[in-house]
Structures are given as structure tokens and as C-alpha cells.
Design a protein around this ligand. Structure first.
Ligand SMILES: Nc1ncnc2c1ncn2[C@@H]1O[C@H](COP(=O)(O)OP(=O)(O)O)[C@@H](O)[C@H]1O
Ligand SMILES: [Mg+2]
Length: 251
């Protein structure tokens, strides 16, 4: 018998989950984004790299509805979402883990995870997904009764990612998960990001200043400079680009 089942990764590769066209964002008189366009295929890990102040966080804030673009379009999962309030965007499965993690410091690890699941009704799914998160990050399991404020930066990042997974996302946006974290934990967290992408079929947009790591775990990359996409391409090609090497990879 021939195996006629198509490879699911091939089927999903060509479907675009997120399409951003010519996005402009201002904070009062400060123009932060000047016409950003980017595309994220379903099931992929795409990275947006760039220096401090380039507009990476602003891009994610616009995608999750926290800031309103002055112009441009954001199509997510077949719908124009650029004018929707954040809660409407979230309910469509777009989940934003902001810079600085923002866990609830006074709540325990387990309570933080529970907060992530506040819109979920299926108790079995919540229990299974909590176990999945504890399997990904055993440190969280060890500290489940501890208040989140007592965790290290790396552990708080794990918790922020875990909490996001409990919201049952389709699309996860991570804003600088490596920022201010011990190198050993950064490596663990990036390995887990790849694992989550593979095991949960989750599409990921990874924003990073740590270009080296981000280019290693992603399939496609955009380089943002002062509110514009400077260049884009398959991550391996971007990594080999002399301009990128000089400016972002310390070569
Ligand atoms: N709340 C804000 N008010 C005014 N300007 C802002 C605000 N947030 C960011 N900016 C400006 O927008 C630009 C892009 O910032 P940001 O998106 O935070 O960059 P990145 O995340 O790449 O470091 C910067 O010039 C920054 O100073
Ligand atoms: Mg930022």
C-alpha cells in the first residue's frame, strides 16, 4: 500500500496566517513605523530583528490592537483586524507576550497559568495544557506554589510563555524573550519555542535584538531599521548577509 497522506507541513506552508501591508504608526508627532509590510505563513516561525528603537514592539502592539495604525492593513486569519479592539483580536487566537513579561507578581505560578485560561471552558483541556506547560518547563512545576515575583527573569519568561499557551493561541507573538535573561536559560527558552511550534502547530512571530539566536530558530526573517523593513529573506540567507553580519551579528 502506498502512503498517500500528504505531508501536513507542506499543506500549511502556503497559507498566510498574517499579512501586514504598508503599516504606519505614530505616537503623537513621533512616527514609529513608516510602511512596514510582512507575512507570516501558518505553522512557521518568522522573526523580526532590529536594534533598540527600530519599532519592533510598536509592530507587535499594532498587530494586537494596542496601538491604532494611522494607515495600512493587517489581515489575520482571513480578516482585517487593524480596527478591532485588543480583546476582539485576542479572541481570534492572536496572543502577545509583551516585552518585560508582565506576569502577576503576587499570584503563584499556577494561578498565573490559570489566568491565561480565563476564556477557556474545557477543564480537561486546561488540565492537559497545564501539564504540557509543566512538561516544557519543569522549573515551573517545581515552583508552582511560589509567587511569580520571586522567580528569576528567565523563569518569569517561561511563565509568560506558559500563560500564553493556556489562552489556546493560534498565533503567538513574542517580544524579546531573551532580554535580560541568563544565557543558559535563553538557550532553553529558544529550544522550547521550536518545540512549541512543532508540537502545538503554533505559528510564531519572534521579535528579537538577539539576532543570532532568532535567525537560528526561524525560517524567515525581516530586519527592521528606524520603522522600515531594511531587508528580508530566508533566515539562513539573512544571516549570511554582510550588512546584517556587520550591523547585527558582531561579525
Ligand atoms: N509610548 C510611546 N510614546 C512615544 N514614542 C514611543 C512610545 N513607544 C515607543 N516610542 C518610540 O517609537 C520608536 C519605536 O519604539 P519601539 O517600537 O519600542 O522599538 P523597539 O521595540 O524596536 O525597541 C522609538 O523611537 C521609540 O522612542
Ligand atoms: Mg521593544
Amino acid at each position: 500500500m502506498h502512503n498517500i497522506r500528504p505531508n501536513p507541513s507542506l499543506l500549511t506552508q502556503s497559507i498566510t496566517l498574517l499579512s501586514v501591508e504598508n503599516l504606519h504608526v505614530s505616537y503623537g508627532s513621533i512616527k514609529a513605523l513608516h510602511g512596514v509590510s510582512l507575512h507570516v505563513p501558518q505553522g512557521s516561525i518568522v522573526t523580526l530583528i532590529g536594534a533598540n528603537g527600530a519599532g519592533k514592539s510598536t509592530t507587535l502592539r499594532a498587530l494586537s490592537g494596542l496601538v491604532k495604525p494611522t494607515s495600512g492593513s493587517i489581515r489575520y486569519d482571513g480578516h482585517e483586524v487593524s480596527k478591532l479592539p485588543p480583546e476582539k483580536v485576542v479572541s481570534r487566537g492572536l496572543c502577545h507576550v509583551p516585552e518585560g513579561r508582565m506576569v502577576f507578581a503576587n499570584l503563584t505560578v499556577r494561578e498565573n497559568l490559570k489566568m491565561g485560561a480565563y476564556l477557556q471552558k474545557d477543564r480537561k483541556w486546561i488540565a492537559d495544557q497545564t501539564d504540557y506547560v509543566f512538561g516544557l518547563f519543569p522549573r515551573l512545576k517545581e515552583r508552582e506554589g511560589q509567587s511569580a515575583g520571586t522567580l528569576s527573569g528567565g523563569e518569569q519568561q517561561m511563565l509568560a510563555i506558559g500563560r500564553a499557551l493556556l489562552s489556546r493561541p493560534k498565533f503567538l507573538m513574542l517580544d524579546e524573550p531573551s532580554l535580560g535573561i541568563a544565557p543558559l536559560l535563553v538557550k532553553t527558552i529558544f529550544e522550547r519555542i521550536v518545540e512549541i511550534n512543532r508540537e502545538q502547530g503554533l505559528t510564531i512571530l519572534l521579535v528579537e535584538q538577539n539576532a543570532n539566536l532568532a535567525l537560528d530558530v526561524s525560517s524567515y526573517a525581516y530586519v527592521l531599521e528606524t520603522g522600515k523593513i531594511l531587508l528580508e529573506g530566508p533566515s539562513a540567507v539573512v544571516k549570511a548577509d554582510p550588512q546584517v553580519q556587520a550591523a547585527y551579528l558582531g561579525a
